[in-house]
Design a protein around this ligand. Structure first.
Ligand code: FES
Length: 164
């Protein structure tokens, strides 16, 4: 459930369509904006967008599932993306993955109950010679070891507490 009502969302999407135009080409920018505002695009939101653009909800759903950055479920405040491509795999991403899951108490594609963290896999992000590579929101971490995981998460928690 997004933190808005269908009516409110309808009004917002109508505004976006006014700016972006009514065609299919507006679908991704609209979904991106909904995601940015509400940290997710849930099935109700997909329905609203589909109605507003006069396209089938399945089309919205398939676009949302195809593009990882439009994920349907609301995300945590910190989205941790661990690279699972070849070089990072050889560099020991599995041990980092285990440490992350253990510390967070959730698996990949899941979020913590406090809404702080979402854990996701990522594909190669171009840091292959410095793997395992990981992104926490926009921040890149390289040569990550399992031992570093608690401190990285603690920093996020501190930041969240400071920012309120
Ligand atoms: S394989 Fe992980 S960053 Fe390239």
């Amino acid at each position: 459930m997004l933190a808005t009502t269908p009516d409110q969302l309808r009004a917002e999407v109508a505004e976006l369509i006014e700016k972006l135009g009514p065609g299919r080409s507006s679908l991704i920018p609209i979904l991106q904006e909904v995601k940015r505002r509400y940290r997710g695009v849930d099935p109700e939101a997909m329905q609203v967008v589909a109605e507003a653009l006069d396209i089938h909800p399945v089309e919205v759903y398939s676009v949302t599932s195809f593009y990882a950055f439009l994920h349907g479920a609301p995300e945590g405040r910190f989205v941790i993306r661990l690279c699972r491509s070849l070089s990072c795999d050889f560099a020991g991403k599995e041990a980092v993955a285990e440490a992350l899951q253990k510390e967070l108490g959730v698996g990949f594609d899941e979020s913590t109950d406090d809404g702080l963290f979402t854990l996701e896999w990522a594909s190669c992000m171009g840091m292959c010679d410095q793997g395992p590579a990981m992104l926490v929101n926009d921040r890149v971490f390289t040569r990550v070891t399992p031992d570093q995981v608690p401190a990285i998460l603690a920093d996020c928690r501190t930041l969240a507490a400071e920012e309120g």
